[in-house]
Design a protein around this ligand. Sequence first.
Ligand SMILES: [Mn+2]
Length: 252
Amino acid sequence: MNAKIVRMPPILGSTHPSLVPFSSIPAVTYAVGDIHGRADLLKELLFMILTHRKQIHGSAKIVFLGDYVDRGPDEARVIDILRSKKLRKDFDEVVILKGNHELMLIDELTSYMADKTKISEGKFSVAKLYTRDYDAFTISLRTLRDFLEKMPLFHSDGIRLFTHAGVGPTSEIGSWSADDLLWYCGPVQDLTGRLVVHGHTIVWDGPVANRSAVNVDTGAFMSGRLTVAIFEGSSRQPTFLSTMPTDSPTTL
Ligand SMILES: [Mn+2]
């Protein structure tokens, strides 16, 4: 028998971004930066996005880049908006990525649900810095935790890699961990050449874009400026829309 080289199909279920089959490219892709409880700004930005979307012929995808909770005043309403049917009606594809604050909340919820007297015992808990109103959520804490746990760590369309914190040029292919994708700080570059679209590291006078990465975290919880990057077709060069500042940014 003749030996035959068979190309293996993509490894389904792999957690490494470069091995995951990508979805098709829509007419427009929106990538929204860190919201951190600013439901007011999210509503305002979605209105701006939908106005833009009306001028586009074809399908639209919206990607949320993580960090929906903590810091701002209304994380429960942000979660409601992200879970809403309206969002799925307004966009052909909705991708809700996990941020490090969702990871911390999962840990905190697990601890709180086991013992309601110990809300600050979680490994990553920020309860010492932030008092959470558990009663504000319109869904059960179990449903909330499930929703957070199911959020993916990244999304690739083959041209752009969307992930909360980005990835660095020194990250060896195949070695990225959840920690890298949720907590990374440093120069952002994908060794496979995709444009990395991320948040997590605040750029007060941003957003910023270069040949390898786009950062749309404009510190909305403090600056009042929530930003979306808009990619038409397979473009690597986004345009941006931001809500207007309602407060002056405070220096770090
Ligand atoms: Mn973050």
